[in-house]
Design a protein around this ligand. Sequence first.
Ligand code: URA
Ligand code: SF4
Length: 192
Amino acid sequence: MELTWENLENAVRACHGCDLCAERRNAVPGEGNRKAAVLFVGEGPGRQEDEQGRPFVGPAGQLLDRMLSSIGLNREQVFIANVVKCRPPGNREPTQEEAAACLPYLRAQFVLLRPKIIVCLGRTAAMHIVRPDIRITRERGRWVEKKGVYILPTYHPSALLRDETGQKKREAWQDLKSLREKMRELGLYEEP
Ligand code: URA
Ligand code: SF4
């Protein structure tokens, strides 16, 4: 089958590639600007994402929107996807098996989008995109370049919601500024 956004979305919505299909209400393929230079990757849908079939629409998503707007971006300018497209029960981490079954969809999204920058939101995204043993607390904010694509590991917004000392929020703000800087460097940033 030809690789198009529509075919990919339909395949995800009908997928029975792993056990997560059993309890999902809606698969969440991802959404955003199909010409975006920046791809954000989370872990997997939560409750509200599962109900709506859309990525990052719950509390973590509201924080993500605020994070984007803090550097003059909005979700219509970027693309937002997840490692797994169906909700892991109770929001547990996806297993290796589930991630392996689902990653071909993320790779297809990467092929369609050809982003210049990938922001890994949290360890799950970073371990599958950067390195399996990545330590997010130690390695967040450090750009990794792979074949001309710049990858930034940072905290997941859910981790920021749980952050009691404010330390992670301060670091996440550094990372957002670093993203804006990289976009400027690459000529991808439109000053708001
Ligand atoms: N958390 C994620 O990792 N992805 C979503 O889409 C929503 C919450
Ligand atoms: Fe298919 Fe991915 Fe959903 Fe598993 S999580 S059923 S591989 S779309």
